[in-house]
Design a protein around this ligand. Structure first.
Ligand SMILES: Cc1cc2nc3c(=O)[nH]c(=O)nc-3n(C[C@H](O)[C@H](O)[C@H](O)COP(=O)(O)OP(=O)(O)OC[C@H]3O[C@@H](n4cnc5c(N)ncnc54)[C@H](O)[C@@H]3O)c2cc1C
Ligand code: FES
Ligand code: FES
Length: 479
């Protein structure tokens, strides 16, 4: 069934929006249509967290609560979900939610501009975790900036929640919200508004049919890259196909040889799964944007964006990942190594979409990945490096090294790999391999880092990798 009416749950009832402007942001809708101005706009690009709201999604008969940046989410993505705003946290009898009360008790707010965003991030933490360890607290608020209170009072407020009763009015109302979510969760969306078109298919077959008729459409997954065309460049996107309603593509499978990640799988789901196989992959992903970003964004979006500083890309290159591309009739499996052509240009053709990504398993190999950015959390890489190698009889075998931030595309370091292959790990070899990086890459200077800095960092990361291998211990600043 296809409809042009977006239905979502707010204040315990179903709200319908008929044929909306498909590129209106959720933030704009909340403030101007719902007239709820607690949610703030700071940066309009997903970076400050002031606009954080929480969405309730139906998963396996339960509600999954996710914090999102409403400034970079388009309104139709609300279809089938529960919208929770900061105004909704207070109980009917006027008492504050435990999260709000904790912020009061611990003086977690001064000017208050960031406060609704922090409260919503902490609310999402409160709903999703049983215990609030410092690691969980910091991860939950890493996407929220505060410029006057400072973070310590907010962290103390969050820690105090460990002693609070976890039953709130959302727990008490849960069954009735689940019943409402079930009522609205079952249709595909097609919106035609002036010169704009928006489609949200629910099945791959439907997606293919829509693609056939709308070959010039932009595919939209988490929107954490694409939406910035609207919010930052102030341009319109005329035709959009929203992928993230396709549950068939939201999966992680493992056949013992490789892990396959469906293209609509949120990064946060993958980040937890991959920890067991490649802990450094998870360590990099924990510093990728924020929870608000990772709750919606996808590896497929990261690959298709093809940014030279996309964090998953050097890691996937070093792991020899393959991209499964589908079009109306054909399926093509292509090595990621052959996928990037030039700055933000890929082999993806019109009418094709990324169906999934296959990440080989190398149980015998040593795998390491490092992200270097100006700010530890919620910052884009200056340089990202990834190493995947086997050591047999003290010699380096099967080595794959890739870097981001060192060229116009994320790229393997082929000259460097050649020096290391079949060699023992000695100081002269490491030095030669470092020199080879000069042949592999000619980095540029930009606002994130100078050319010289990037090269120095790339060499130091190589050295760090081999020091960690030979000394059999991790060298990490945060340890
Ligand atoms: C505040 C903020 C912080 C960020 N931090 C990081 C970071 O630390 N590291 C990092 O690497 N990136 C970061 N990003 C960039 C962005 O989050 C990533 O590139 C993300 O992976 C994009 O995924 P998405 O699902 O949101 O893609 P979208 O924005 O939906 O789409 C991005 C591009 O991919 C295409 N696309 C989407 N899905 C498909 C598909 N299935 N098949 C074919 N094409 C498709 C779209 O048409 C579009 O061209 C950040 C962005 C923001 C706003
Ligand atoms: S307004 Fe800054 S993240 Fe949305
Ligand atoms: S309280 Fe002022 S920015 Fe956080």
């Amino acid at each position: 069934m296809t409809s042009n009416i977006i239905k979502f749950i707010h204040e315990d009832r179903i709200i319908e929006v008929r044929n909306p402007d498909p590129s209106e942001t959720l933030l704009n809708f909340v403030r101007t249509e719902l007239r709820k101005t607690g949610t703030k706009e700071g940066c309009a690009e997903g970076g400050c967290g002031a606009c954080t709201v929480v969405l309730g999604e139906l998963k396996n008969n339960q509600i999954n609560y996710i914090a999102v940046n409403s400034c970079i989410m388009f309104l139709p993505a609300l279809q089938g979900k529960q919208l929770i705003l900061v105004e909704d946290l207070i109980s009917e009898n006027g008492s504050l939610h435990p999260v709000q009360q904790a912020m009061v008790n611990y003086h977690g707010s001064q000017c208050g501009f960031c406060t609704p965003g922090f409260v919503m991030s902490l609310f999402s933490m409160f709903k999703n975790h049983g215990r609030f360890k410092d690691e969980v607290i910091k991860d939950s608020i890493a996407g929220n900036l505060c410029r006057c209170t400072g973070y310590q009072p907010i962290i103390k407020a969050a820690r105090s929640l460990n002693n609070r009763n976890k039953i709130d009015h959302f727990t008490r109302n849960k069954q009735s919200i689940i019943a409402l979510l079930k009522k609205i969760n079952n249709k595909s969306i097609a919106i035609y508004k002036k010169d704009k078109k928006y489609f949200a298919p629910r099945y791959i077959q439907e997606l293919k049919k829509i693609l056939k008729k709308n070959i010039d459409s932009h595919l939209l997954s988490g929107g954490t890259d694409l939406s910035l065309i609207v919010t930052k460049e102030r341009k319109d996107i005329n035709s959009v196909i929203y992928m993230n309603s396709i549950e068939e593509l939201n999966y992680i499978k493992n056949n013992g040889e490789y892990i396959e990640v469906g293209s609509t799988t949120p990064l946060i789901k993958f980040e937890n799964y991959i920890q067991k196989y490649y802990p450094d992959f998870t360590a990099v992903l924990k510093r990728y944007g924020s929870q608000q970003i990772r709750n919606v964004c996808t590896i497929a979006g990261n690959i298709a964006t093809a940014s030279p500083i996309g964090d998953t890309l050097p890691i996937l290159l070093s792991l020899d990942a393959k991209v499964v591309l589908k079009s109306i009739k054909k399926t093509k499996i292509i090595s990621l190594n052959d996928f990037f052509i030039d700055y933000r240009k890929t082999k993806l053709k019109k009418g094709q979409f990324i169906d999934s990504v296959r990440i080989p398993l190398f149980p015998k190999n040593i795998f390491k990945a490092y992200k270097i950015s100006k700010r530890f959390d919620d910052d884009i890489s200056s340089v990202c490096a990834s190493f995947n190698l086997e050591i047999i009889n003290e010699k380096v075998k099967n080595i794959k090294i890739a870097y981001g931030g060192m060229a116009s595309i994320p790229k393997r370091a082929k000259y460097c790999e050649k020096i290391l292959l079949n060699s023992s790990i000695t100081e002269p070899i490491i030095n030669k391999a470092k020199e080879a990086l000069e042949k592999d890459f000619k980095p540029i200077s930009d606002m994130r880092a100078s050319r010289k800095y990037r090269m120095e960092v790339a060499k130091n990361l190589l050295r760090k990798c081999f020091l960690e291998i030979t000394q059999k211990k991790l060298i990490r600043v945060m340890d």
